[in-house]
Write a protein that binds this ligand. Structure first.
Ligand code: SF4
Length: 311
């Protein structure tokens, strides 16, 4: 089948099965182009809850489909490839978190949404990169916080809030490597660009300090924050420090803009596992179903709902 035939068949099946396609900002361009909604993991899960559909094809990684299943227990959530995992979510297991909690019994647990349902069920508050500071600030000052699994986001939140935070030693392999790039050299090369840096990046804490000390064009943003910045900016040149998939959405948003990836090698192989052929098979065979058992979903829903009450 040609790509055009595959896409036509996807649209036909989507209609027949009353399905929606959700795609993360890091997905392949052709996947973003057929999606009903493109966004970050939480935004997509919120869309999943809102849309009037029987089937949700989640083009992203496994923990995201789980989150959609937790928020929308009555919809059938499909992921086109079960191997689409996440190195960051894998860097903390529920057992490890339980041990950490028992060593720090009075602490409040704040976990990034990039976690499994089991880890969420052991968590007090979930957060995303766009609301992590706000979530931590909402917790009473005298409480110690256990923050996981991302150490870079944890360090960023700790420096922004000055709170007593213990940080888990986890990271995303894609964003961690961005920290190894010579940032100053890139700034010399693109002196007129806005530098948009995701807080999961290995360089985020030093970038944040740079932006405060030198008043330069470095901004720390979640992926949705980057989209908003580019939409509203008078500048038309941007260096983007996150997974390269987002450049497709940014270019569509600002065809007049010049977008330079901080590193062309910032590619998440898990996100790129989702192809048009697999989306077609997902719709055709209603595979692969991601269903979080209700007992677990009930516990995992609590930290997500607490987060949604705050933002
Ligand atoms: S880019 Fe990193 S955090 Fe995002 S899905 Fe891939 S491995 Fe996970």
């Amino acid at each position: 089948m040609t790509n055009k035939e595959i896409v036509d068949e996807i649209y036909r099946l989507k209609k027949e099965k009353n399905a929606v396609i959700l795609a993360h900002n890091y997905e392949l361009p052709e996947i973003q182009d057929i999606a009903d909604f493109v966004g970050d993991s939480l935004g997509l899960s919120q869309q999943a809850a809102k849309v009037d559909a029987d089937v949700i094809v989640f083009c992203g990684v496994h923990f995201m489909a789980e989150t959609a299943s937790i928020i929308s227990p009555n919809k059938k959530v499909l992921i086109p490839d079960l191997n689409a995992g996440c190195s960051l979510a894998d860097s903390m297991t529920a057992d490890e978190l339980r041990k950490w909690k028992s060593a720090n019994p009075n602490a409040v647990v704040v976990s990034y949404v990039n976690t499994t349902a089991e880890v969420k069920a052991e968590t007090d508050y979930c957060c995303t990169s766009s609301n992590a500071v706000k979530i931590v600030e909402s917790i009473p000052q005298d409480k110690q916080i256990l923050f996981g699994p991302d150490k870079f986001l944890g360090r960023y939140v700790k420096s922004m809030t000055g709170r007593d935070i213990k940080i888990w030693d986890g990271a995303c392999h894609v964003h961690e490597k961005i920290g190894e790039i010579d940032f100053d050299k890139k700034m010399e090369e693109f002196p007129n660009s806005d530098f948009l840096v995701h807080p999961e990046c290995g360089c985020s804490t030093s970038c944040m300090l740079k932006s405060e000390v030198f008043d330069c064009n470095i901004k720390i943003y979640s992926t949705e924050g980057m989209i908003e910045h580019v939409k509203n900016s008078d500048n038309n040149e941007f260096v983007i420090a996150t997974e390269v998939g987002i450049l497709h959405r940014l270019k569509k948003l600002r065809p007049d803009g010049k977008f330079v990836p901080m590193s062309e090698n910032s590619v998440c192989e898990y996100m790129k596992m989702i192809t048009l052929e697999k989306v077609l098979d997902a719709l055709k065979y209603e595979q692969f179903v991601v269903k979080v058992p209700e007992e677990l979903a009930k516990k995992a829903r609590i930290p997500i709902e607490r987060m949604l009450e705050i933002i």
